[in-house]
Write a protein that binds this ligand. Sequence first.
Ligand code: PDD
Length: 411
Amino acid sequence: MDGLGKARQHGTQASGDNLTMQALPDTLCYLNGDYTALQDARISVLDRGFIFGDGIYEVIPVYQGRLFRFDEHLARLTRSLAEVQIANPHTPEQWRQIADTLIERNAAKATGEETVYIQVSRGVAPRDHAMTQGITPTVFAMINPLKSQSASAREQGVACVTAEDFRWKKGHIKSTSLLSAVLARQISVEAGATETILLRDGYLTEASSSNVWVVKDGRVLGAPRDGLVLEGIRYGLIETLCQEANIPFELRRISEAELRDADEVLLSSATKEVLPVSRLDGQAVGSGRPGPVYAQLYAGYQRAKQGAPAPVSNTEPTVAVTPPPAQESLIEFPSLFPIKVMGPKVEGFVETMTAIATEHDPSFEMTRVQLRDSSGGKYLSVTLTVTATSREQLDNLYRALTAHPLAKYVL
Ligand code: PDD
């Protein structure tokens, strides 16, 4: 491993069938006013975060060194602090400065996409359930690599299982008391699935660490914003992306039957962005393949990450993005790999797509570009034959192409 993922091996633990390698990242973190090596950061065993899980947290994505939706994350952090009656130890400017300093001081090890994790606990005090007054909150922040989803997860969708939602009724607080989330997630780990989707009294709430969206007849449905779900920062974002793509969006109670009868099911979170679910409890979701609403929202999400505006809607075909090419096992490296991008016949389209290809394949040259007009003459199909050297390189190239507002279709 390299970059932010570079780790000091910390022993190997065998537990039952699971052999897990514990490794601590070699990064700089923030703890109570100081920036220190993560491996050396220490808190008291009497910290109420450790003893009671008495604290709150945030996970904020960072793309190309820029915090994504930071104000929204900070607003939720402020709400969570108020809910658990911990005085906010910092102003918004101070919070931003802590996050920016972490990004800056870890930049040499950055991989381009990270998350900033912030945690505030009530502080250190003799063990007593009652909220101790007058203690100083413990503030901790660190940076982690944002592990992007595999190409096959995006192309084929992921498997999920369902379980009864046995968590508490204050799910709107982003609390560090996560034992129920850990137990819920483990159900899917043991089933070899990506997430555990939770049902309370026959209605969908969310998943162990993501929100869940149901698509039916072209409409996106989500559970209401109440105490039974954590309102992800992507709640607002998905609503906006739906508006931009003219997709009806509705928050209401969703029955188990509706979940199982969905055309598409999607997960969203800071780390998953938006992810298609193709199997639920072993049954196909809809067609069993990621659907068109996922493709639109994923493309919109990639644009939002780049800070690019939504394409102006017109009478021409809507943005349609096909998830990444062929399965891992089918590609040999290195090999020549054709990628087809469809876009409007406007000045700069071919040059921009070629520049993106060159960024990801330095050996790329113009002789490897093929152009074809669409029958109506308004669109151009550009085939870029790149030298594929790794799955990761293809993923990154695919992401960069789909994120560009001029790319309407990438195959
Ligand atoms: N989890 N619901 C739950 C229970 C979550 O834990 C999360 C996020 C979400 C999605 O929220 P957002 O869109 O703001 O990431 C919904 C984070 C990523 C975590 O605990 O690591």
